[in-house]
Design a protein around this ligand. Structure first.
Ligand code: SF4
Length: 101
């Protein structure tokens, strides 16, 4: 069993917990007692934050709409804005930058 400390993705409170994993499967959550925000506690969303990781409904690639249908795409396609001369703002950032919304 591996414990990996991370931050809850569901709201801006910043609660911290450990993801419990067995091989490549995340199996549970353990609240971080040392985090001053949540002090070893989590709300119901935090306790279940690991359940989407292996969901078959999870999006694993970006989707774009083509002729009214959502189809899988790649980040490269989205960054170049197909069919447009528009240069996305983040293309002027250093090569290894990661934009975050
Ligand atoms: S555990 Fe609950 S309160 Fe804490 S960050 Fe996650 S959603 Fe927000």
């Amino acid at each position: 069993m591996t414990r990996t400390r991370t931050v809850c993705p569901f709201c801006g409170c910043g609660c911290s917990f450990y993801l419990l994993s067995d091989g490549d499967r995340v199996t549970g959550i353990e609240p971080s007692p040392s985090n001053p925000i949540n002090k070893g506690m989590l709300c119901v969303k935090g306790w279940n934050a690991h359940e989407f990781i292996h969901s078959p409904e999870r999006l694993t690639s970006p989707l774009i709409r083509k002729h009214g249908e959502l189809v899988e795409s790649t980040w490269d396609v989205l960054i170049t804005v197909p069919g447009s001369d528009t240069v996305p703002q983040w293309s002027v950032w250093p090569q290894h930058s990661v934009p975050v919304l």
